[in-house]
Design a protein around this ligand. Sequence first.
Ligand code: ZN
Length: 563
Amino acid sequence: MMKFKDMPYERIDFAKAEEELKGLMQELREAKSGEEQFETHKKYYRLNDHVETQATICQIRHTIDTTDAFYEKEQKYYDEQMPAYSNLRVTYQKLLYESPYREKLEEKIGPVAFRNIELAMKSVSDEVIPLMQEENMLATEYEKLLAGAQIDWDGETLNLSLLTPYLTSADPAVRRKAAEKQNEYFESIGGKLDELYDKLVKNRTEQAKKLGFENYTQLGYLRMQRNCYGREEVENLRRQVKEVFVPFAEKLYERRKERLGLETMTWSDEQVFGPEGSPQPEGTPEEILAAGQKMYGELSPETREFFDFMMENELMDVFGRKTKAVGGYMTYLPDYRSPFIFANFNGTSGDVDVMTHECGHAFQGYLAAEDPIREHADIGMETAEIHSMSMEFFTEPWYHLFFGEKNTEAYTQMHLEDAVMFVPYGCMVDEFQHEVYDHPEMTPEERKQVWKRLEKEYKPHLNYGGLKFFGKGCFWQKQHHIYSYPLYYIDYVIAQLCAFEFKAWMDRDYPEAWKHYLQLCRLSASKFHTELLKEVGLKTPFADGTIREIVENLEQSVAAGRW
Ligand code: ZN
């Protein structure tokens, strides 16, 4: 075991790594049996683990301090080199795919891996490498633009992340001012945001065309590794959300308005749970972390072991600093079998979300670390987010450790309310991207009109209250995923719906729900997403009726006054 700060970093020499990979390809070709090929494949695991570990160490150290010139340079190096190396990996995988010993290999690695290889083969070629490099650079530029925000707040300079607490202030004037400041900043970079996105859409469309697709939507599905459902299922899900989920979410917005005692509720108001503001955790960021340790210590023996491991090896950099990148993420260092959690604690309930959400991801990574088949760690996002979003509910009995007597009830309600309100928004982000990539010829202005139309369908109550930039159809420009992770968003919706299923289950029988949750975590990606759900006793949200049932369960909770 090793502390993160002691993990040595050495730049990957990609020329050497590629040579090694080519050597392994030669070995595969010369192998006389499936067993022999699998032995070679284990060397491939070791090579990739090493490359990924170094690249991830670099990424973490870069985001921990975006002003560190060394890791900035290193990050740029990986952005440039990784696409070509990834493509070569696909060439390697193609040999497995076409192996005369395929059956034996499939027995060892599983059918999901082979389906994923097929998707990967269709979604890359040497011809698109320069475009992928450019895509990486454009996304990085977007992230830097947002990370570099300098917002004046009563003489203090804040970045977007440090401005967040003011957006949920109990004082309507303060949250309104914070919203205006945020809006002003985005307005000031509006031209650049339009330009970057336009370039990204054109870039992605060109990649799709070069690979023989009509548009990026199809390619995007492959790159998101959607290996067991497609556009039709996603459209069916969105249709059901519009029919049964949006009306339910609107009722909750109405409740929120009443709770806030407002005639009209504007966007800056609806960020807040009630007249007291949003429930805030008690204590310092350090105390929040300590509460997390107590919580996971009590929840189960597995979570206790996991959290101790994270603390002992200093695998959580969660305290906010001005030079850190914004947001939060969980990543994984394969050589050290170590998850890593990055966040920016700022004293709001968002910090608790990190303890419950990102730790859900990390816990799964920790649980599945012993699986020798590396492909099983290749989890689709719609599955990975079930691990994290369900953990948010499984930790509910410990919320009082963070919120004390006064705020626990409010936080529990707010958490569920926010989860419900997220679903229409998530679908909107997804439908928007389908529209954008289906019609790449649209101008930036036309894209904004699409967004405005979708806002009316998914969030009919929405009122920006005169915030100029957001009001003109630009809200999506602050959504990182739309720039950096195309078509990655419906995954959150799928997972959220599954997490609601777990929620209903734990309300009926907590130990039984937890048992199946552990099973899901341990299964990793050894099976297809739809099979995993079935195996652990969840219904797929794609099927007609599942979403209605979820809404009925949630509505019953509301009616029973449980929240
Ligand atoms: Zn997540």
